[in-house]
Each structure stands twice: as structure tokens, then as C-alpha cells.
Design a protein around this ligand. Structure first.
Ligand code: ATP
Length: 259
């Protein structure tokens, strides 16, 4: 069954039609990127899926269940995880402690006293850190980590909620180019291995063309193109209104590096 289905999503802010009849589907294990220029409606679309915004029209279903207009907490309980552009971690806590807190929250145990909490879900937290390549740094305070490593911990925190669908809003923002590619490769590996669907927005075209299975191109609230990276790259309308020269180079680099 289709994991995520968005049908006819529409959202208006005053005179601005931020999303117009946006429809797409996403399967488990698939990486779907939403790209487009500033103000295209990427965040609006994203927020209608995650429950932060109620669509004026349209429907969102998760594994066949209607989640349209549900508040974010309810959407999260249905199995939709989210990572944020800005780190949502407790900086003075250890890496391990942060993931433990996420597991405690997922299991609805937030009333535990702190000393008890620190003994809980230790092994599960370490296993999650291992999955994102951060087990060796489990004891360090988050505040001491390099930015790319914070992003990995954020991914472990999102995975702590055992999501079926992961929403990632500009996951590589603020990272160095080499780190970006490593993070997206990690996300793609986990998504494919565990059949988690990933919907992401991204301004870095290298990251998109190298790691997305499919791409949606939004311009002024409307989908102007969709398809595989190859199809989107070759679309003359996308070239004209969005990708231009830099996008063509990014797509070409991605094609070469993937043989
Ligand atoms: N809460 C809001 N109130 C009024 N207008 C809004 C609101 N949110 C978004 N908009 C407008 O809707 C349009 C789409 O914005 P959105 O943030 O979805 O675009 P985006 O593609 O995510 O842009 P960016 O790449 O800059 O993040 C823009 O014209 C924006 O100004």
C-alpha cells in the first residue's frame, strides 16, 4: 500500500496561493525530494503533510488512513518523524542522553525522574547511535560536536520514534559539501534498508540529484515537473525556470559519480 499520498493540497495565505493542487505519492524505502526556488511552496507543502498547517483543500493519507488537518503530535503518533533545520537537541546533555530522552518520549515515559531516566533505553539508544555512526561519541555533550555530527544525532533522535515516514526540511543546511553527501548517503541507506519513506526539501542540488529516487519541482505553488533525477534534469521547463546552469552541473556530477 502507498505509504504517503497527498491529493490536491491547496493553501492560500491572503492573496498568495502558496500551494495549488499539489498531489504526489511516496512508498516505503523511497527518497522523494521537493525542490524549487525560494517561496515556491516547499515548506507549505511539507507543513501540510506534517500537520503544522491545515490545507484549505486536499487530502493527506498515511498507509490509507486520512491524516488531513491532524495536529503535529497526532501525525507523529501515526508514524511520521521530522528532523529540523535547527538542532532541537539539549546542548548540555550527552549524545546518548539526548537519544535516551527521545526514546523515553516515544514510549510515553516523560514523567520519569531524571536519575531513573538516565538508566532507561541505554542499549536501544546506543544501537540507534551505532546506526548513524555516532556510538563512539555517545558520552560527549552535544554542544561539543561538529555540526555534521549534531545532524547525525538528530537523525538518531528522529529514528527513536520508529517512523514509517521521515520529513526532512533542508537536512544539509549549514553543512560543508563533503558532510552533506555523507549525511544524505546515510539517510538513503537507512531509508532503503528499513523501508522508511523520506520526504525532503533541499537547496543543495548535488544532494538532491545524488540521493533522491524521485523529484518534485514546485514553482509558485504548482508542480511543474516530476520524475527521476534524469527525467527532471532533462526537462526543458525545469531548466528554464529553476535549474539553469548550476543545476545542470549538479545533475551531471551526480550522474558521473553514480556511473
Ligand atoms: N504563514 C504565512 N503567512 C503568509 N504567507 C506565507 C506564510 N507561509 C508562507 N507564505 C508565503 O507562501 C509562499 C510559499 O512559501 P514557502 O515558505 O512554502 O516556500 P518555500 O518554497 O519553502 O521557500 P524557501 O525555499 O524560501 O524556504 C511564499 O510566497 C511565502 O511568502
Amino acid at each position: 500500500m502507498t505509504l504517503l499520498s497527498a491529493e490536491g493540497l491547496t493553501k492560500r495565505f491572503g492573496g498568495v496561493l502558496a500551494a495549488k493542487d499539489v498531489s504526489f505519492a511516496l512508498e516505503g524505502g523511497e527518497m522523494l525530494a521537493i525542490i524549487g526556488p525560494n517561496g515556491a511552496g516547499k515548506s507549505t507543502t511539507f507543513n501540510m503533510v506534517g500537520g503544522q498547517l491545515r490545507p484549505d483543500a486536499g487530502r493527506v493519507t498515511l498507509a490509507g488512513q486520512d491524516i488531513t488537518g491532524m495536529p503535529p503530535r497526532a501525525v507523529c503518533r501515526m508514524g511520521v518523524g521530522r528532523t529540523f533545520q535547527v538542532a532541537q537537541t539539549f546542548l548540555s546533555f550527552s549524545v546518548l542522553g539526548n537519544v535516551q530522552m527521545a526514546l523515553i518520549a516515544h514510549h510515553g515515559q516523560t514523567r520519569m525522574l531524571l536519575p531513573d531516566a538516565m538508566a532507561m533505553h541505554r542499549d536501544a539508544a546506543l544501537a540507534l547511535l551505532d546506526r548513524v555512526g555516532m556510538a563512539a561519541q555517545a558520552g560527549r555533550p552535544i554542544g561539543e560536536l561538529a555540526y555534521g555530527d549534531v545532524k547525525r544525532v538528530e537523525l538518531a533522535i528522529a529514528l527513536a520514534a520508529a517512523p514509517r515516514l521521515l520529513l526532512m526540511d533542508e537536512p544539509t543546511a549549514g553543512m560543508a559539501p563533503a558532510e552533506r553527501s555523507a549525511l544524505m548517503a546515510l539517510v538513503a541507506g537507512i531509508a532503503r534498508g528499513e523501508r522508511i519513506g523520506v520526504l525532503f526539501t533541499e537547496h543543495d542540488m548535488d544532494a538532491v540529484f545524488a540521493h533522491a529516487d524521485r523529484i518534485l519541482v514546485l514553482v509558485r505553488g504548482e508542480i511543474i515537473a516530476r520524475g527521476s533525477p534524469e527525467q527532471v534534469r532533462a526537462d526543458p521547463e525545469v531548466q528554464r525556470v529553476y535549474l539553469g546552469h548550476s543545476g545542470t552541473r549538479a545533475a551531471e556530477r551526480a550522474r558521473r559519480s553514480h556511473g
